[in-house]
Design a protein around this ligand. Structure first.
Ligand SMILES: NC(=O)c1ccc[n+]([C@@H]2O[C@H](COP(=O)([O-])OP(=O)(O)OC[C@H]3O[C@@H](n4cnc5c(N)ncnc54)[C@H](O)[C@@H]3O)[C@@H](O)[C@H]2O)c1
Length: 350
């Protein structure tokens, strides 16, 4: 189904990357530029950084404003849209669901209507493992029931439903990619994770090792796992970007709308992450023990066989040590290294 031409020999395209100044979006821009495509980034810089763009053109604006989209779509022809822009904190979505339903759902409807009206042919959407809710079995495949347990996950699930309906009614074809835990950084140290506040385990563990934040909180050591801590599936951010490029190729080859899991299929425990960060950095990670949190399952691991089979996706960086090594390089090189980590929040993910 997918073209067998090497990516470098395929015709160059023009892509709109919404949220391209953020963590995953900036790695996507790098990947598209490396493949020779033309890139326009739309980002309101609410959670992203100008200096995260290695190239392409930046338009600063809110993708939920129809006038912003009209100006973009009237002026040029896009071969596809990659949509990364959303709010991403599960706890915040529980405290302020209206914010999440507005930003992650209502605004996406505006985007889909604009794409439909301008016949933009393909969309790749950043979905999440949060669409599944409590796992009924692991590894989780795409036929697992979708019963999200928080507003963040629900917004992703509803957008996936909108994509399905827009494909049937208007022919707007889309791939939703359900990431598990995005991790790692550009191997050359130019890009990486800079969330404010940071809630992801690997950067938090590294910052605890560096002493730029207090001890890392571990939420529960009594899970039914080999070392008692929760197990998650960490997938390298450059591998995520590769999968997006393959998803575009799939849509351009007339592949029907669908969803794919993206994970490396190997779960790693919180304690394994702590040990790996200590080994890579050469510094012990100070830890503070906490109780279990509501809604944290013991194991969340992807079955990503479909993405491998249908898209031909082959992750390059499956081992935790490489993921942490790249993230550690970024953590030391990032432009805001000291200032940013002083402004930490109080929410933390497993
Ligand atoms: N990071 C993960 O582990 C993970 C896991 C699963 C799913 N996802 C999904 O991947 C996507 C990207 O995540 P990330 O970690 O790169 O987030 P991020 O916060 O680093 O990037 C989001 C970018 O979108 C921009 N943005 C937000 N609202 C906007 C708006 N209204 N208009 C224009 N730009 C806007 C921000 O400025 C930022 O640059 C999100 O949709 C997230 O839900 C991430």
């Amino acid at each position: 189904m997918i073209s067998t031409l090497p990516i470098t020999l395929r015709p160059h395209r023009t892509l709109l990357v919404i949220g391209g100044c953020g963590y995953i979006g900036s790695h996507m821009v790098k990947c598209l530029l490396d493949a020779g495509h033309r890139v326009v980034v739309l980002d309101d810089l609410s959670g992203g950084y100008r200096d995260a763009l290695l190239g392409g053109e930046l338009v600063v604006g809110d993708f939920g404003e129809r006038t912003v989209l009209e100006a973009l779509f009237e002026g040029r022809r896009f071969d596809g849209v990659l949509h990364f822009a959303s709010l991403i904190q599960v706890g915040e979505s529980v405290r302020d669901p209206a914010l999440y339903y507005r930003s992650n759902m209502a605004k996406v409807l505006t985007l889909l209507e604009a794409m439909r009206d301008h016949q933009v042919p393909a969309l790749v959407f950043s979905s999440s493992a949060a669409v599944y809710g409590e796992p009924h079995y692991v590894p989780i495949d795409e036929s697992h029931p979708c019963t999200p347990i928080n507003p963040y996950g629900m917004t992703k699930h509803v957008v996936e439903t909108m994509l399905r309906d827009f494909a049937v009614a208007y022919g707007l074809r889309a791939v939703a990619l359900r990431y598990f835990n995005a991790a790692g950084a550009d191997p050359l140290g130019r890009l990486g994770e800079r969330h404010q506040p940071e809630t992801h385990l690997i950067p938090l563990a590294m910052q605890a090792a560096l002493g730029t934040r207090p001890a890392l909180q571990v939420f529960g050591r009594d899970y039914d796992t080999p070392d008692g801590t929760c197990i998650r599936d960490y997938v390298h951010v450059d591998d995520l970007a590769d999968a997006h490029l393959l998803a575009l190729e799939y849509l351009w080859s007339a592949g029907p709308s669908t969803s794919f899991n993206l994970g490396n299929g190997a779960g790693f425990s919180v304690q394994q992450v702590i040990d790996t960060v200590a080994a890579v950095s050469g510094v012990p990670v100070p830890v503070e023990e906490g109780a279990r949190r509501a809604g944290d399952p013991a194991r969340l691991v992807a079955d990503a066989a479909r993405a491998r089979q249908v898209l031909g996706w082959t992750p390059r960086y499956g081992d935790l040590e490489t993921i942490v090594r790249h993230a550690w390089r970024w953590e030391q090189l990032r432009p805001d290294a000291r200032a940013a980590t002083r402004r930490y929040g109080n929410e933390q993910a497993t």
